[in-house]
Design a protein around this ligand. Structure first.
Ligand code: COA
Length: 385
């Protein structure tokens, strides 16, 4: 296998983008990534998109995007793994370059979720849970994560304030991210006073409904310096794993086994220990998800990540900065694009280009993107060159 680098990044502003279509968003992000790399052509394209059909009435998204990008008759594939679609698209592109099949591959993600109303969006998202045993009976993703939160809180005794601290931290980070949907700080009191969505999760514990796209360009490490106008960032490890799609089949709801296994595989390939990681982007679709994902990957002992945000350990400037991009909570969560935007944050940080959000001396970053209630997880470890 060849070593692979990320040499270009680009994303749109995330939020409610009523004036732009699905294809407009994807093409805008992709052209920015190609411009960032200093390239005008790509050999192959992967696009993470969870549900172009239900959100926009558009399937066959791969060729559509290649066509509107003006990329010619290149292979172009839509990748679907629910909210992990972007991360899995990145892994597909990585494997294509690592295998020697192609040299310059674009991995992107897009979702335009505000074309439908809230109940239709909730239905579309709910198709990523187990239809027969979960969604059919009326439970939604906020409901499923609320069950996980209840179990965790009972077991480890954390408070609603601890849970809210995750959202407060990520909103504080999002203030510094010009592409974030919500660039506004919130307080623990505001979280606790916001509408109850699914007990114990309030509106401000939830990631929002978002439109947006993100794209990155990959190439072999040996060509990265000559091809790219910016500092390449090396992909050190990639891991992907799955778990039962329905929660009732899990032994422990608060342990995301797919994240544990994916992280283990990525660390084993990277040949580094967890203590080498300087910053982490995790899939905080709900405040409890950040806590469980961090513990499942081994960044905190069981029960400890629940207090980490309220103790300031995971804030910018803390022991382990987590979701300095603003995370899904504040940056937004256009589901197919989220995994790619996590990679973009790591690349900006490892290049030293993250401005007000810059983590001092960032050398190694990890991104964890997951689908559903962690029925799939994909983990990537990146290193500054
Ligand atoms: N965070 C912060 N603010 C939010 C928000 C969020 N998650 N969701 C909505 N808002 C804001 C809106 O901007 C709006 O503000 P305004 O009145 O100043 O314009 C206000 O709250 C009400 O917005 P609205 O769209 O009416 O909220 P809603 O009640 O329809 O939806 C949720 C709120 C939490 C139910 C919705 O965002 C949701 O379903 N989130 C989860 C998405 C999900 O499951 N993703 C997959 C994860 S696996």
């Amino acid at each position: 296998m060849r070593e692979v680098a990320v040499i270009g990044i680009g994303m749109t502003k995330w939020g409610e983008c009523w004036q732009k279509s699905l294809r407009d968003l994807f093409v805008e992000a992709s052209l920015r990534a190609m411009d960032d790399a200093g390239l005008s052509q790509i050999e192959s394209l992967y696009v993470g998109c969870m549900s172009g059909g239900l959100f926009n009435g558009q399937e066959h998204v791969g060729p559509l995007m290649a066509d509107y990008l003006g990329a010619g008759p290149i292979p172009a594939v839509r990748v679907e793994s629910a909210c992990a679609s972007g991360g899995v698209a990145f892994r597909q592109a990585y494997m294509e370059v690592a295998s020697g099949m192609s040299d310059i591959v674009l991995a992107g993600g897009v979702e335009k979720m505000t074309d439908v109303d809230g109940s239709e969006a909730t239905y579309a998202l709910g198709t990523a849970a187990d239809q027969e045993y979960e969604s059919f009976h009326g439970i939604t993703f906020p409901g499923l994560y609320a069950l996980i939160a209840k179990v965790y809180m009972k077991k480890y005794g954390i408070t609603n304030q601890d849970l809210a601290s995750v959202a407060v931290k990520n909103h504080a980070h999002g203030v510094k991210n010009p592409n974030a949907q919500f660039q506004r700080a919130i307080t623990v009191e505001e979280v606790l006073q916001s509408s109850m969505v699914a007990d114990p999760l309030h509106l401000l514990d939830c990631s929002p409904i978002t439109d947006g796209a993100a794209a990155v360009i990959l190439c072999p490490m040996e060509k990265a310096k000559s091809l790219s106008k910016k500092k390449p960032v090396k992909i050190l490890g990639s891991g992907h794993a799955t778990d039962s799609i329905a929660l009732h089949d899990r032994k422990q709801l608060e342990v995301f086994a797919s994240a544990t296994i994916a992280a283990k595989k990525a660390f084993s390939q990277a040949k580094i220990g967890i203590e080498s990681v300087n910053l982490v982007e995790v899939h905080d679709c709900f405040s409890i998800a950040e806590i469980c994902a961090l513990e499942s990957m081994g960044f905190f002992a069981p029960g400890q990540a629940g207090k980490a945000a309220s103790q300031g350990l995971t804030a910018l400037g803390g022991k382990l900065p987590v979701n300095v991009s603003g995370g899904l909570k504040s940056k937004g969560h256009p589901v197919g694009a989220t995994g790619i935007a996590q990679i973009i944050e790591l690349v900006e940080q490892l290049r030293g280009e993250a401005g007000q959000r810059q983590v001092a001396n960032a050398r190694i970053g990890l991104a964890q993107n997951m689908g559903g209630t962690a029925a799939s997880s994909v983990v990537h470890i990146l290193e500054a060159c």
